[in-house]
Design a binder for this molecule. Sequence first.
Ligand code: SF4
Ligand code: FES
Length: 247
Amino acid sequence: MNLTLKIWRQAGPRAQGEMVTYPVTDISEDMSFLEMLDVLNEQLNARGEEPIAFDSDCREGICGMCGLMISGQAHGPEVTTTCQLHMRSFKDGDEITVEPWRADAFPVIKDLVVDRSSFDRIIQAGGFISANTGSAPEAHSVPVPKPKADRSFMAAACIGCGACVAACPNASGMLFMGAKITHLGELPQGQPERDARVVSMVSTHDHEGFGGCTNVGACADACPKEIPLDVINQLNKDLRRALMHGE
Ligand code: SF4
Ligand code: FES
């Protein structure tokens, strides 16, 4: 395939950015989207031009590093991560726009790379348990009902990619935060700090510049791990409960 890419170039955090058009040739439909960008960068290097900066790590849909806004959709046209998106989702001659996540809480560092450390600070505010777990306990010593274990496991699948924020017109981080609240809140180990956790995480979320949820639902549609909207209900219920307890 031969494609035309319109890619956001920005030399640094304070530089003025712009969309730049690049033709890219000899793309196989079996390549991933990131491999296609690798080919473009080799072609730019061969011409003595500055390669495009973008993030990736595992390239297996696990680490959450690789998010891009592709033709206006977070992670592109499939429900998957950018690294697991394949070029067979496009056709020869397509024009594709590639932009970084757009959110005040995710400032651009360079080109397509954004700073998502605001997510780390939300986790630092409450995404943990501080109970001393000691050595590994006997597996059945803390019974967890199967529906709760399943729901916790579902929420724990969030990889912190930030697509939910990028897709949301309010740049809200509520789906991400709801996933973390649900993951810990369904388990016995998550109960002692449950009230303090939600208050601290929501306060950090708002302080970092994420917007509020207005029930648009674009976050869940864009989520590569199919985290459902009802984790936001869980978050709101936990917050109401914590405030009633005087937290
Ligand atoms: S909730 Fe989904 S879209 Fe949001 S950070 Fe987690 S995995 Fe990514
Ligand atoms: S590079 Fe790790 S999820 Fe895409």
